[in-house]
Design a protein around this ligand. Structure first.
Ligand code: BES
Ligand code: ZN
Length: 589
């Protein structure tokens, strides 16, 4: 037995799933999906033997081979992180299996929203979030990026609702109260990219290959915010090669969506907190688009090599932004990233977990949602920047393209990265001491530093209460940096003046708003508590919830408030966010 992925029971000596068929009936009353799942193998089984699949919370009711012959099967001992393995006993010559199952009402991938939790307030909503290891709570599968599958799927939903998937829509059929939507995903994807949403959804075209979906009441705003998407696509193709997924559609999610964005192929999911009204947060769109190459086309083999997904994508995101808006702006993003990275490294070192600051990690027995941090994102991107500086941009761009070309539709490890780069650019990895980055803790002292005139200007004013004149022309990014660089010793008077002058409390840019809330909390400025409360009850994006809860948790005076807010918002949080925030609040301080 050999397992390619510590987070899956997938076994190298067993059949390889190559194609998947899913037929699901969505039952809002019971909060369950009734699923028929068909898995097709790469080749018929040469001998009789077991097949282990990942499941979590699934109620399995039947298993047959593709001829309809019943199979013997059993659920093995549940594991707190991995879920409950399903073992099927296959005959010789089986070319696939068909399974009947029902999801649990608290399936970790799914959030079932009451009408009151949606923008329109009239209809229920359902969405999935399968990364990192939640596809198994929807259907039995080899839930590892080491096994790519193409698929076809159907979703049967109440006729008033629309179903969308991260796949090509084929057709839909109404049968009275219910409508069945059909989809096809011809390109092989890792199972964590399986994604769907069901709700009162409408769409508007943004370009011949991109449209935005949202609830009808948010469509106008969404179409305006993301109107530039085609420019992003064109810039990305110039940098990384042709776009392989035909369409790049966007879906604006309900506020409880636990991430900023999720790169579901053909249909990126986005938090509605990006709707700033001034297009100031479209870097998230650039990020998810970049995943079309780095992550979706060339995929980490398992979560221990997550930096190959996210580090490459942050690097690629900044290249897209640089192409569209210039090097100065990209430098501001890099500076914000460096701040986040330094803070995370300090946190892990203080917590006695320096191993989590390495790029290549060991995650057996570790829940990938718990291990999640900015390290693979920002340290990964910084290593690539160091390689770019050492190789020169043109040479590095060729390297990047050859990496993507060699491994397209493949699953890769850090060793694959090392092998490819040392062969394609002899001596380069040694020149930046790449292994220190990869297997060593912290950030090497010779890491490139972002520089720009704008950065210097912001730094010079951080810690002061500047005049409106001195900050003329500042964008949300400048303000974010300003807030992060301000010392935690500002007085109530200074904070009040800052807010009066620059309107952080009313900022529609969530990064600026949360930056303000965090600074105020850290300065002990309790006047912001009602704003913190309102934000935490409204938004489910973990990037904001984690630092806000941590700040509340840190001070005895606001600890009870943290618990109260969590209890209050808990039923409205996505199961993933619920687990992560519960873990955060339970940690010894
Ligand atoms: N793929 C991630 C989100 C994710 C990571 C979900 C791990 C589940 C497990 C996505 O591409 C992402 O990184 N989103 C960021 C965007 C940011 C870096 C621009 C986010 O949500 O904040
Ligand atoms: Zn990402």
């Amino acid at each position: 037995m050999a397992r390619p992925d510590p987070h899956s029971v997938t076994d190298d000596t067993q059949p390889v799933t190559r194609r998947l068929e899913l037929d699901a009936v969505v039952d809002f009353a019971a909060r369950r999906l009734g699923c028929t799942t068909t898995l097709h193998f790469e080749a018929p089984t040469p001998d009789a033997g077991p097949l282990d699949l990942d499941t979590r919370g699934l109620e399995v009711t039947a298993a047959t081979d593709l001829t309809g012959q019943a199979l013997r099967w059993e659920l093995l001992t549940p594991d707190a992180i991995l879920g409950t393995p399903l073992r099927l006993h296959l005959p010789k010559g089986a070319s696939g299996v068909r399974l009947e199952s029902r999801t649990a009402p608290d399936a970790s991938a799914l959030q079932w929203l009451e009408p009151s939790q949606t923008h329109g307030g009239q209809r229920p909503y359902l969405f999935s979030q399968c990364q990192a290891i939640h596809a198994r709570s929807v259907l039995p599968c080899q839930d590892t990026p080491a096994r790519r599958v193409s698929y076809r799927a159907s979703l049967t939903v109440p006729s008033k609702l629309v179903a969308v998937m991260a796949a090509a829509p084929l057709r839909h059929e109404a049968k009275g109260e219910r409508t069945t939507f059909h989809f096809e995903m011809p390109q092989p994807i890792p199972p964590y990219l399986l994604a769907f949403a069901v709700g009162d959804l409408a769409s508007r075209d943004l370009s011949p290959r991109s449209r935005v979906w949202s609830e009808p009441g948010l469509l106008e705003q969404s179409a305006w915010e993301f109107a530039d998407v085609e420019r992003h696509l064109t810039a990305a193709e110039a940098l990384f090669g042709p776009y392989d997924w035909e369409r790049f559609d966007l879906l604006v999610m309900p506020p409880s969506f636990p991430y900023g964005g999720m790169e579901n192929p053909r249909l990126t999911f986005l938090t509605p907190t990006l709707l700033a009204g001034d297009r100031s947060l479209v870097n998230v769109v650039a990020h998810e688009l970049a995943h079309s190459w780095t992550g979706n086309l060339v995929t980490n083999l398992n979560a221990e090599h997550f930096w190959l997904n996210e580090g490459f994508t942050v690097y690629a995101e900044r290249r897209i932004l640089e192409a569209l808006e210039g090097a100065d702006l990209a430098a501001l993003h890099a500076a914000l990233g460096r701040n986040d990275l330094d803070a995370a490294v300090t946190r892990f070192m203080a917590a006695g977990t320096p191993a989590l600051t390495k790029l290549r990690t060991q995650l057996a027995g570790v829940d990938p949602d718990e291990a999640f941090s900015v390290v693979p994102y920002e340290k990964g991107a910084l290593l690539l920047k160091a390689l770019e500086v050492a190789a020169g941009r043109e040479a590095f761009d060729r390297l990047l393209k050859s990496w993507l070309g060699t491994h397209r539709f493949g699953s890769v490890t850090t060793d694959d990265f090392l092998a490819h780069f040392s062969k394609a650019a002899p001596g380069l990895l040694e020149r930046v001491r790449a292994l220190e980055w990869i297997d060593g803790p912290g950030v090497p002292s010779d890491a490139p530093r972002p520089t720009s005139r704008r950065l210097e200007a912001v730094k010079a004013l951080a810690g002061t209460v500047p005049t409106a004149e001195a900050t003329k022309g500042w964008t949300a990014l400048d303000w974010q940096l300003f807030l992060e660089w301000s010392p935690h010793t500002l007085s109530a008077r200074e904070l009040e003046t800052l807010d009066e002058r620059f309107g952080f409390s009313r900022s529609t840019n969530a990064e600026v708003h949360v930056g303000w809330l965090l600074l105020a909390l850290q300065c002990g400025f309790d006047e912001v508590l009602p704003q913190v409360e309102a934000f935490v009850l409204r938004v489910g994006r973990m990037k904001y919830l984690k630092p806000l809860y941590t700040a509340l948790q840190r001070k005895p005076a606001t600890r009870a408030l943290a618990t109260k807010l969590f209890e209050q918002s808990r039923p409205r949080l996505h199961p993933i966010a619920r687990a992560v925030i519960a873990g955060l609040l339970a940690k010894p301080r």
